[in-house]
Unconditional design. Structure first.
Length: 109
């Protein structure tokens, strides 16, 4: 027995599959784990058939690339988190009677 309306079923399945967006803190923690793992791979070694151990240059180069890209993304995430905290602190102080800049009634602003 076939589905009389497969489009609707497909769309419902797609909506169900979508995960909820994570927070900045979740992304920061995940990226930090990835950077740590890339750091471990940077020190990877290859054991040859004769038993000698040599550094794995290919893996090391890929790890260096991953670390450089990950570090830039991590810095942006940390910066966004700090900016969100500063904005929240500024918005929390709106109700207070703090003197702010005043514009004079004369001239163009």
């Amino acid at each position: 027995m076939s589905n009389p309306n497969p489009t609707t079923a497909r769309q419902a399945k797609k909506r169900k599959r979508r995960s909820k967006p994570g927070s900045i803190e979740d992304a920061r923690a995940l990226l930090w784990k990835a950077l740590q793992r890339a750091g471990e791979l940077l020190e990877a070694e290859t054991v040859k058939e004769d038993g000698s151990v040599t550094p794995d240059n290919h893996t090391a180069l890929r790890a260096i690339d991953a670390i450089s890209q990950g570090a830039a993304a991590y810095a942006r995430i940390v910066e966004v988190g700090e900016l969100e905290a500063r904005i929240a602190a500024l918005e929390g102080g709106e109700g207070e009677d703090t003197p702010g800049p005043r514009l004079s009634g004369r001239g163009a602003a």
